[in-house]
Write a protein that binds this ligand. Structure first.
Ligand code: ARG
Length: 475
């Protein structure tokens, strides 16, 4: 159904209708559209534009339509331009001309942005809780492997030994920041654009702040032009989803690497692996690779939207219809990816013997020699020289630096007494790093307790928001 036409001698050309049509994708907004319409009708009742009898009739018909849509009994058709016109068609089919009364005092410009905000709140909460499940999976793994010793890398070269739990726990921190960003997003965008009308506000809807509260917002827009132009909340959401994608990609990269024959650290569960159509022996880490691959489209969706927004004149322009598909794609991509990745992480097992065997390889204990000398008062630049010399001697002998004998160490520098043995092992090196945030087993245990508290806190916040949202959506 078209929502305009009076001033046109003819309807749009078929090609124009096809170009204009957004209902095939914006139908995802339908339940939010109905809820916003209900709040709007309540506003029209308060302002006296609709009497309370008609208002009740429209609201109960909107509720009926909502149930029919959920039950698959009502949907859009080939004539509908967008979700808003489809809903109005449904109302008019049931109520006759009274169905058209709902359009008073609002425009699709403020309606679409309000619907879209509600869609995003709903879905970003769902994504936040899935990210929380991934945090929990990493916390559990980190605890399980907190005493496992592994080589730590910089430049993908052996650097210093670490607790493998420390290696795993780092992902929880990144993912908790994602949830924090979601919480920030919810707070910053907690205002309703409804009441902005086409761009100038409405003479028929005097109290949009009351409607805002009905829709679960704690505030209302303060500039109607900004309200219909603003897509910052969309760009920010796409940024948050892109950063989540980048985090999942880096997790995917790590699990791909760790499960390679060369590393041989990770055994990804069969349920989270795939085979090859030609090589019967193959077990491929496709979930991890898809996590890495999908980040590309998430970033692309953010970039695409920013380019759409750049240079737009203020208030509504039809270009803004292009804001939805990238969001639907990013949301749906993560809703598919996250459960698979959570399952993969939670069920992966690690070969701790293999990682421990190479923890001190590549002279990764050389820093311990320099630190030992620094503790004995040697200026670090000089200590670094001496430790480097030890590496050279070891290399000449074809052994690792920690395999030098006491005599060989003494010969390199008399300060290198046998006391150094306490730190010249992977376990010793790890134990010596006992500050907050460092890799000693005790530090990692404290870190995991902290992560568990943060996880609880962030999930409690999302649950509170989710309950309020579900209640608000109930008509
Ligand atoms: N389908 C449109 C969109 O998604 C709805 C708003 C249309 N507004 C207008 N003035 N043509 O942006």
């Amino acid at each position: 159904m078209a929502l305009w036409g009076g001033r046109f001698a003819s309807g749009p050309a078929d090609s124009v209708a096809a170009l204009s049509r957004s209902v095939d994708f914006d139908w995802r907004l339908v339940q939010y559209d109905i809820r916003v319409n209900v709040a709007h009708v309540h506003g029209l009742e308060r302002s006296g534009v609709i009497n309370s009898q008609d208002g009740e009739k429209i609201v109960s018909t909107l509720a009926e339509l909502s149930r029919e849509i959920a039950g698959g009994l009502f949907s859009y058709n080939g004539e509908d331009e967008d979700v808003h016109s489809a809903v109005e068609r449904g109302l008019i089919a049931k109520l006759g001309s009274l169905g058209g009364a709902v359009r008073a005092g609002r425009s699709r410009n403020d309606l679409v942005v309000t619907d879209f905000k509600l869609y995003l709140i709903d879905h970003i909460l769902e994504i936040g809780s899935l990210v929380g499940e991934l945090v929990s999976a990493f916390n559990d793994l980190a605890e399980k492997y907190s005493e496992a010793v592994a080589p730590g890398f910089t430049h993908l070269q052996h650097a210093q030994p670490i607790s493998f739990g420390h290696e795993l726990a780092k992902h929880s921190h990144a993912l908790l920041r994602d949830i924090d960003r979601i919480a920030d997003w919810l707070t910053r965008n907690d205002f309703s654009p409804l009441g902005a009308g086409a761009l100038a506000g409405s003479s028929l809807q005097p109290d949009p702040e009351v409607t805002a509260r009905e829709l679960g917002f704690s505030d209302v827009h303060r500039n109607s032009i900004d309200a219909v132009s603003d897509r910052d909340f969309v760009a920010e959401a796409l940024f948050i989803l892109s950063v989540i994608g980048v985090h999942l990609s880096r997790i995917g990269e790590e699990f791909t690497l760790w499960s390679s024959t060369e590393f041989g650290w990770a055994k990804i569960d069969d349920a989270y692996s795939t085979g090859s159509s030609i090589m019967p022996q193959k077990k491929n880490p496709d979930i991890a690779e898809l996590a890495r691959g999908k980040s590309g489209r998430l970033i692309g969706n953010l970039t695409g939207l920013l380019v759409t927004l750049k240079g737009l004149p203020f208030a509504y322009n039809r270009d803004l219809q292009e804001d939805k598909e990238p969001v639907f794609d990013s949301v749906e991509t993560l809703l598919i990816l996250l459960p698979a990745l959570i399952g993969m992480v939670a069920t992966t097992t690690f070969n701790t013997e293999k990682m421990e065997a190479s923890a001190a390889a590549g002279h990764s204990l050389a820093t311990e020699i320099a630190d030992f000398l620094a503790r004995a008062g040697v200026p670090f630049a000089h200590a670094h020289e001496i430790a480097g010399k030890c590496v050279r001697v070891a290399e000449e002998k074809g052994i690792e630096v920690h395999e030098l004998s006491n005599d060989e160490l003494q010969a390199t520098d008399p300060l290198l007494t046998e006391k150094i043995r306490a730190v010249l092992s992977a376990h010793g090196a790890i134990a010596s790093r006992s500050a907050v945030g460092a890799t000693s087993i005790a530090s990692v245990a404290r870190q995991i307790s902290h992560l568990r508290v943060e996880h609880e806190r962030s999930q409690a916040l999302l649950v509170t928001r989710r309950n309020a949202f579900t209640e608000m959506m109930t008509i």
